[in-house]
Each structure stands twice: as C-alpha cells, then as structure tokens.
Design a protein around this ligand. Structure first.
Ligand SMILES: CC(=O)SCCNC(=O)CCNC(=O)[C@H](O)C(C)(C)COP(=O)(O)OP(=O)(O)OC[C@H]1O[C@@H](n2cnc3c(N)ncnc32)[C@H](O)[C@@H]1OP(=O)(O)O
Length: 217
C-alpha cells in the first residue's frame, strides 16, 4: 500500500480519514497542517508538519487536501505542488457513495457517504460532494467545487470552478451556476446564476456579488 498524507486536521480532514480507512487503498502516513502544532494527533494520526514536510519524505506519494473552503483548498494544493511536483492528488470515494456508469471523478476530489454521482456526470479536480449530495446525470463541475450535505442537482447542470452549493440547495435540470458563486442553504435554483454571486431563496435570486476567496463558511 502506498503512503498518503491528508492536509488539514479539522472536521473535514476527519471525514476524509474515515473514507480512506474504509477504502483500504492507501495507508495514511499522517497529517499536514499549517496551523496546528506538529506532534498533535487526530484519530491517532500525527501532524507531521506543514507542506514542507513533503520535501523530506519521498515515501509519501499521495495527498488529499482536507480543507472544506474551496478557495483555501486551492491555495493549499498550490503550496503542496510547489514543494513536491511529483506527488499525486488522490481522490477518495466512500464505499457507500454511488458513482454511475460513465461518471468520472477528478484527482483530489472527495465523495462522501451516500453521495450520488449520476450517469456520465463529471466531477472536476479537488471537489467535495458531501454526505447525501447528488450530481445527477450528464452534469459537470469544474475544479474546486463543493456540494454541501443534501445539495442536489437535476440532470445536465453545469457548475463553474470554486462554486459552493450550500446545504440542502436544489438546482433544477439544464441550468448553469457561474464560477465563484455561492448558492445559499435551502435555495431552489430555477434559472442560470452568473459567476461571483451569492444567491438564495425559493426561487433563488441573486442577493449580492462576491469576490473570489470571500469567506462563505
Ligand atoms: C459538512 C459541512 O459543514 S458543509 C458546509 C455546510 N454549510 C453551508 O452550506 C453554509 C451555507 N451558508 C449560507 O447559506 C449562508 O447563509 C450564506 C453564505 C449564503 C450567507 O450569505 P451572506 O450574504 O453572508 O448572508 P448573511 O449571513 O450576512 O445574512 C444576510 C441575511 O440573509 C439571510 N440569509 C442568509 N442566508 C440565507 C439563506 N440561505 N436563505 C435565506 N436567507 C438567508 C439572513 O438570515 C440575513 O437576514 P436578515 O438580514 O433578515 O437578518
């Protein structure tokens, strides 16, 4: 079994530890974190240091970024890549997720328990499909997208990079969500939503613009 590390040591990283352990494909060598001190343990796994630790341990061949915020996840992936360009970003799919025929999951993406990826759907790189979320047939996300718990799309939906579909939001079939847009909790999206917006409500309306990297969690 090859060694991987998870970057992050919070709640999202704990969920990823659970998925990697259940999948039995990779051995978790430890965690990396830029904030919590080296030596701290989470579920018995030691924080080995920050991303610079990778330079001194060639036995680690895989990384998953365990940070929930889409923008911060991208910054961490960039920092890791600058230290070890040969390290592989690994995807993790919970054994109780469902990935249909023809669907693809990008490197570094995490698919949690009960999540459904429909037929011929495309999940980009470093995305997160949280518990019981669903990306239905022929839909596609770009990179660094998240579907929070119970978020769901109809078929043929397009979701731009860094967009966050919040908890319980619904997006009807054949619509598009622009890059860096946040669809608020419980929203029902019936029309295309532009990039760089916060939209919520039923039906969802654009409430205001947002900038790349603005906190939403
Ligand atoms: C495993 C996990 O934890 S995954 C993460 C799960 N978490 C989520 O999905 C969080 C999603 N976050 C949201 O939906 C947030 O409400 C956001 C990002 C949309 C907030 O957007 P903001 O513009 O910053 O809203 P803000 O908090 O300032 O609230 C402004 C007003 O909008 C209302 N509002 C905020 N979000 C919503 C919403 N989703 N639906 C309806 N009204 C809302 C607020 O109640 C507030 O109303 P008020 O002015 O009458 O008091």
């Amino acid at each position: 079994m090859e060694n991987l590390v998870i970057f992050g040591a919070g709640g999202h990283a704990k969920s990823i530890i659970d998925i990697v352990e259940r999948s039995g494909i990779w051995r978790i060598a430890g965690l990396l974190d830029g904030i919590k001190a080296a030596g701290t343990r989470v579920y018995g796994y030691e924080i080995l240091g920050d991303q610079n630790y990778l330079a001194q341990d060639p036995s680690i061949t895989g990384v998953i970024v365990g940070i929930g915020d889409n923008w911060l996840r991208a910054r961490a992936a960039e920092a890791i890549r600058s230290v070890r360009s040969d390290c592989r970003f690994v995807s993790a799919v919970h054994p109780h997720a469902s990935v249909a025929k023809g669907a693809t999951i990008g490197d570094g993406s995490v698919i949690m328990a009960g999540a459904v990826v429909g037929s011929d759907a495309v999940v980009g790189e470093h995305c997160v499909l949280y518990t019981l979320s669903s990306l239905d047939h022929d839909s596609a996300t770009e990179n660094f997208v998240s579907l929070a718990p119970h978020a769901a799309t109809g078929g043929n939906v397009r979701i731009g990079s860094f967009a966050a579909i919040s908890i319980g939001a619904r997006i009807i079939h054949s619509t598009s969500i622009g890059e860096h847009t946040v669809i608020g909790a419980g929203a029902t999206v019936l029309t295309d939503i532009d990039g760089y917006c916060i939209a919520y409500g039923t039906p969802a309306r654009v409430i205001r613009k947002r900038t790349a990297g603005e906190r939403y969690l």
